[in-house]
Design a protein around this ligand. Structure first.
Ligand code: BGC
Length: 750
């Protein structure tokens, strides 16, 4: 067996694949067909295959296995499928390879803060290579659900709040997993999930119902799936959630009207874990048989974990409720992907032909990803200049405080089934290396975990800070506080961390907060006390070196928020691309609770859209992220101020690095349609560029907006572009103020 890499294989011929699908289908019994539609959880854990399981594969009753661990076992499973089953159809072997495999990269939300599709593609390529070496040929990623509610634990796994950003980054992940050719041994099939709307679960509670009007569905939630499909993603996973009364797993509109008829998707849809069986728990059906019927007819091709298809589809076909043609379609969708993935030609994997798991090169990539995911939120100037970067030569003593100082497992975040925590480097070890005896480091964790409420160790932390030139506080969330089913009703720092920060800050020693968390946290009550804040998400196995290099200026921060940071939990949902309202808040109309006169009743206070007890802006806006150098934007201009609908629009801006060190800036372009037949968000991200500039360097950036950039979903639920005035901004974040106006005019047909 030799290993072909994605660069060495030629793309499959679509006609030949279809012919093979038809040929195979014609030779299959109904029971073998239904077998292809069944995905079974591996009933062993690194040991021998149980005989009943082997027999089920032999009889063609299993099309895919998930969570099969161990290359020998996987090869044995494939051998039984290929050599001992009647038709020799190989298995798809699925696993949640979400942000790395053995080498853990930052959580997807962290990777999204890089705004760097190329980096994300490379991370997924490495994850694919590591996973493939163990026999996995299908990952349940990327998750491209839009995350606008940070209470939701799975916000960790998403690519942020914005459809354009999530589309570009999700497509890059698909390309990374699937490589240039899916048949290569180091490529794995991608799965865009969870189709669709899962991120809108009510109250940020996992599995809760979603209510998304069709326009919002089409403008916000569906585009990243469309981008994944356009990038060649071969599978989609149906969401657990109920969408306006029809759970996604039984939603014909989503899986057939949109996905097949409108987008022309020809891969397959897998249910989520047990989600077909759960249709009865939702109350949509009264039995597993009806659930099988609903899911099959709506568009779910393969069932994960539960047994509704294997137990009931045959009967449903006999009763002529589910037409055989529908079964054939479902099976063809699955077989097509197996052929495209080269599973028939190369069902086995030989780990020895792959690079070692967690090797230096893979860890170097995880380091780069962690560096680029770090977002510098705040960096105050003291008397001697900005707090960061730290000059280790000028510091005698550093106090290192906080529960995440030295927590290699916690910094890995959620979804780390196959991780090796022993190759995870926490900040303390990296700081010791960097100091190399130049300065003293005093460590007081202060709290055992991020959830710890005890104040016993505070005096020691305060004493350490008092004696130090700077206090570094590593706080945030333990890994267990985010991820599937790990939602929070209060997204402030858990445990007694706020009190610890306050106590340390009261010493007057400069305080740098380094936050590692699975979600945006509501930090209003602490950011005022501290001098600098570096937001690292859960940064993965190379978090330590990345953090220390960012703190010391060996690397210049370039991450930008892919999601808004609220001030307090009650502001949720808060996202930049909201619609305006007829009564937008202004600084003048805002009234703060403490300013209301005593005993005031029925008073008109402001009468604009705000909460009385919190400033109406977020704490940090979407797109925000600072650098150690200063970037200035100027001369924003259009090629033409008036453009006919259907024509692209060219936008130019000059970007200058005014500081004294090289840096990377993510230049962001936002658009607003001033008057439309449907009200539009106050701004929408339409393009972005990562630009590296030397000190003093000036560059003219060019953006080319395609005609679709001006489209929205009209009253008839179809995309349309209307003539009129548009505002365009280019700048460092979603609050950019540099603006030009564009007139779109009616199309004149020659
Ligand atoms: C999750 C999916 C995941 C699947 C398999 C489900 O509970 O929602 O995202 O891929 O389990 O582990």
């Amino acid at each position: 067996m030799s290993m072909a890499t994605t660069a060495e294989v030629t793309p499959p011929d679509a006609g030949a694949v279809e012919a093979r699908v038809r040929d195979l289908l014609a030779r299959m019994t109904l029971s073998e067909k239904i077998g292809q539609l069944s995905q079974v959880n591996a009933p062993w854990d690194g040991e021998d295959l149980p005989e009943d399981f082997a027999e089920a594969i032999r009889r063609g009753w299993i099309g895919s296995v998930l969570n099969a661990v161990g290359v020998e076992q996987v090869n044995e499973m494939q051998r039984i499928a290929v050599e001992e089953s009647r038709l020799g159809i190989p298995l798809l072997v699925g696993r949640d390879v979400i942000h790395g495999f053995r080498t853990v990269f930052p959580i997807p939300l962290g990777q999204a803060a890089s705004w760097n599709p190329e980096l994300i593609r490379e991370g997924a390529r490495i994850a694919a290579r590591e996973a493939a070496s163990t026999g996995i040929n299908w990952t349940f990623a990327p998750m491209v659900d839009i995350g606008r509610d940070p209470r939701w634990g799975r916000v960790a796994e998403c690519l942020g709040e914005d459809p354009l950003l999530a589309s570009r980054l999700g497509a890059a992940m698909v390309q990374g997993f699937q490589g240039d050719d899916l048949r290569a041994d180091d490529a794995i099939v991608a799965c865009a999930k969870h189709f669709a709307g899962y991120g809108a679960s009510e109250s940020g509670k996992d599995y809760a119902a979603t209510n998304i009007p069709e326009r919002e569905l089409r403008e916000v939630h569906l585009p990243p799936f469309r981008a994944a499909v356009d990038a060649g993603c071969q599978t989609l996973m149906a969401s657990f959630s109920d969408l306006d009364g029809i759970p996604a797993t039984a939603n014909h509109f989503l899986m057939t009207t949109v996905l097949r008829d409108e987008w022309g998707f020809d891969g397959f849809v897998v249910s989520d874990w047990d989600s077909i069986h759960q249709l009865a728990i939702h109350g949509l059906t009264g039995s597993d048989r009806e659930s099988a019927y609903e899911a099959a007819m709506a568009g779910v091709d393969m069932e994960m974990a539960s047994r509704c298809y294997i137990e009931h589809l045959e009967r449903l076909v006999e009763e002529e409720r589910v037409p055989l043609e529908r079964i054939d379609q479902m099976v063809a969708n699955v077989l097509r992907v197996k052929f495209r993935a080269g599973a028939f030609e190369s069902p086995y994997r030989d780990s020895a032909l792959f690079p070692a798991l967690g090797n230096d090169e893979h860890r170097a990539a995880a380091y780069e990803s962690a560096v680029q995911s770090g977002v510098l939120l705040k960096n105050d100037h003291g008397t001697a200049g900005p707090t960061l970067p730290l000059d280790l030569d000028a510091l005698d003593r550093i106090a290192v405080i906080g529960p995440l100082t030295d927590a290699p497992g916690e910094q890995l975040g959620t979804w780390i089934f196959d991780a090796d925590a022993s190759i995870s480097t926490p900040p303390l070890a990296s700081l010791r290396d960097a100091c190399d005896g130049r300065c003293e480091i005093e460590v007081v964790r202060g709290l055992e975990t991020t959830r710890d409420r005890r104040h016993d160790a505070f005096p020691a932390a305060v004493a350490a800070a008092q004696a130090a030139d700077v206090a570094l506080l590593f706080v945030g969330e333990d890994a267990i506080l985010s991820g599937e089913a790990h939602c929070r009703a209060d997204i402030s720092l858990p445990g007694a961390q706020e009190a610890l920060i306050e106590a340390v800050a009261a010493t007057g020693t400069p305080v740098v907060l380094v936050i590692m968390a699975g979600r945006p946290l509501a930090l209003e009550s602490v950011t005022g006390f501290v001098d600098a804040v570096l937001y690292m998400w859960h940064p993965g196995c190379m978090g330590g070196p990345a953090i220390v290099d960012l703190l010391t200026g060996r690397r210049n921060p370039s991450g930008k928020l892919p999601i808004t940071l609220p001030r307090v939990t009650g502001q949720i949902p808060i996202y930049y691309a909201h619609r305006r309202t007829g009564r937008p808040p202004t600084p003048e109309s805002f009234v703060y609770i403490d300013d209301i006169p005593p005993h005031a009743q029925q008073l008109s206070i402001g009468n604009t859209s705000f909460h009385l007890d919190v400033w109406f802006r977020p704490l940090f806006s979407f797109g925000h992220g600072m650098s150690y150098t200063d970037f200035r934007y100027e001369r924003l201009r259009l090629e033409r101020d008036s453009v006919e609908i259907g024509q692209p629009v060219r936008v130019f801006v000059d970007l200058v690095n005014e500081g004294d060190r090289p840096g990377v800036e993510v230049a962001q372009l936002y658009l607003h349609d001033q008057v439309a037949s449907v009200t539009r968000p106050v701004r929408e991200l339409k393009d972005f560029q990562r630009v590296e500039l030397e000190p003093g360097e000036r560059r003219t950036l060019e953006f080319l907006l395609p005609p679709e950039a001006f489209a929205f979903i009209g009253r008839d639920m179809k995309p349309r572009v209307e003539p009129g005035r548009f505002s365009l901004w280019v700048g460092r974040d979603s609050d950019a103020t540099l603006r030009v106006e564009l007139e779109l005019t009616r199309e004149t047909r020659a």
